[in-house]
Design a protein around this ligand. Structure first.
Ligand code: HEM
Length: 511
């Protein structure tokens, strides 16, 4: 007999025997309820895995596929694949359990870390335990200082955004503008200056080497999540070439910051002011902050590289996604857009550049942003890995070593939490009369518990400043026939961007 046939038959029989071998239940498992699983007909759930990948390749949205499955199986599902557990939870008490009450049991874990390792190394986003804790402790004060309350840095990049849009109106007045890519360029410039003090200048140059490499690394990382055995299927050489470009850029910034710091220390020594506080009014970046916190061993450059790229990833696309979906929701809801514009005119005026204190007074704008974060959470689904076996508050059993994700996209749409109008865009649900009904862990766009987003306040400030100035200056309308197609990636973008018609409210000379 053909040896290939013999070998394949043997592998198939062994796989089937493994798949069907009864496993002894643990005591905890015996006492708890198994999580519902979509039915599979082949060993190792091969049919489920193949149909999932097939649907993805046909352009179906994973998040909407999940909502369909939830209608059949309920709000907690175990998508088995090759006998591994891929559990998705959506009820607030399970989310609270995973992110807060029993948080140490739900780590990023080896599965997540291996996927992200090439790109993010051991940075905060990709670390557990002490490695995570020390980075968070060092970074936290930087996000609590007045750094971003000084709106000048953000406003400087909003200026760049307005220049780009003005140019579009001047050169292609009746052509829709694809704003998602423009917002990505804006947030890349802003975040890079905030984090390392050097802007990538993405608003001025559509394709910088850095932004192209960053986009590639991020897209390929997202595919690693989807493709089983990605290590053997997805190309790694190009990935490493692009990552090398990121490294070259970031290592140069680190070297410059070290040199700057050494020069300042020398200057102080020479002037006899070694123990005096900095009084030169310059803005410290996150990188300066890390360099000033180091002990005598110092941080090596790889540690700092990982830290910077992690913060850039955490901050750039999330805020761009929020701004893009906000623009889309506003053009779909002209009455909300008009109400928001009137608030801006009353509180700030038709053309005054707002500061941090001004935008805190824009209550309706905050409601609009929260409603966008509810229906279009930039991080729609977020995976963890269980260390030990566990039982969720609803009685469902979690095996040790399972992938356990909470899905903000689904939780934010549950009618039992948000009412029969859960799918409707209605910023008034955040108004004083109704906001009391929103309970903790029902609204989790920024995560929750010990790993809650460090950049939440920076994100609101950036989005509010940008939105205020955009609406002061431009009329924005839906582009006829355009429909965005959402993409359930690491960050939820629209696969075909967000196109709108945009024109000046008044002649540009009047601004
Ligand atoms: C609308 C904008 C944003 C959203 C929706 C958002 C959402 C999130 C979410 C869901 C997480 C949890 C990720 C995980 O643990 O897997 C997170 C973590 C984090 N975010 Fe944000 N984020 C936003 C903006 C920012 C910005 C602007 C920064 C800073 C530049 C930032 C910095 C971080 C950091 C450092 C973490 C990791 C925290 C930790 O693990 O301890 N985020 N964010």
């Amino acid at each position: 007999m053909n040896p290939t046939v013999v070998l394949s038959t043997a592998v198939a029989v062994a796989a089937a025997a493994y798949a069907f071998k009864p496993k002894k239940k643990t005591e905890l498992e015996a006492k708890s309820v198994p999580i519902p699983e979509p039915k599979s007909y082949l060993p190792l759930q091969i049919d489920t895995v193949v149909s999932y990948i097939y649907n993805l390749l046909r352009g179906q949205d994973e998040l909407e596929m999940l909502l369909k499955d939830m209608k059949v199986h309920g709000n907690t599902i175990n998508f088995k694949g090759f006998n591994d557990d891929f559990i998705v939870v959506t009820d607030p008490s399970s989310i609270q359990h995973i992110l807060a009450k029993n948080q140490p049991n739900y780590e990023k874990g080896p599965f997540f870390k291996e996927i992200f390792h090439d790109f993010l190394g051991s940075g905060i986003f990709n670390a557990d335990g002490d490695t995570w804790k020390s980075q968070r402790q060092i970074a936290r004060p930087h996000f609590q200082t007045s750094e971003f309350k000084d709106a000048a840095l953000i406003n400087k990049h909003v200026d760049g955004l307005l220049v780009l849009i003005d140019k579009h109106i001047a050169t292609k007045p009746d052509t829709p503008l694809e704003v998602q890519s423009v917002f990505c360029r804006f947030t890349l410039d802003e975040a890079s200056e905030f984090l390392f003090g050097a802007t990538v200048d993405a608003l001025k140059n559509e394709q910088t080497e850095f932004s192209t490499a960053f986009n590639y690394a991020q897209t390929m990382t997202a595919w690693r999540f989807r493709i089983p055995f990605w290590k053997y299927i997805l190309p790694r050489r190009r990935m490493m070439t692009e990552i090398k470009k990121l490294d070259d850029f970031v290592y140069k910034i680190i070297d410059d910051a070290r040199a700057r710091q050494a020069a300042r220390a020398q200057e102080k020594k020479e002037s006899g002011k070694e123990n005096e506080e900095e009084e030169d009014g310059r803005r410290d970046t996150l990188l300066d902050h890390f360099l000033s916190q180091q002990d005598e061993d110092g941080f090596d450059s790889k540690y700092l590289r990982d830290m910077l790229l992690n913060f850039l990833l955490a901050g750039r696309d999330t805020t761009a996604s929020l701004l893009s979906w906000t623009t889309w929701k506003l053009v779909q809801h002209p009455k909300v857009l008009e109400k928001l514009y009137q608030e801006i005119v009353q509180v700030i005026g038709p053309d005054r550049v707002p500061g941090y204190e001004d935008i805190k007074k824009l209550k309706y704008q905050k409601q609009v942003i929260n409603e966008v974060l509810r229906l279009c959470p930039p991080v729609p689904i977020n995976p963890r890995e269980s260390v030990e076996e566990d039982v969720l508050p609803n009685g469902y059993y979690i095996p040790a070593g399972s992938a356990v994700s909470y899905c903000a996209y689904a939780t934010h749409r549950l009618p039992e939490l948000w009412g029969d109008d859960a799918l409707e865009f209605d910023p008034d649900r955040w108004g004083p009369e109704r906001v009391g009904k929103i309970r903790p862990f029902m609204f989790v766009p920024f995560h929750a518990g010990p790993r809650i987003c460090l950049g939440q306040n920076l994100a609101y400030t950036t989005a509010q400043l940008a939105l205020t100035r955009l609406l002061q200056r431009y009329d924005i309308k839906a582009s006829p026939g355009f429909e965005p197609h959402q993409l359930g990636d690491i960050v939820m973008f629209s696969r075909n961007g967000v196109e709108v018609l945009i024109s000046h409210k008044r002649p540009a000379s009047e601004f």
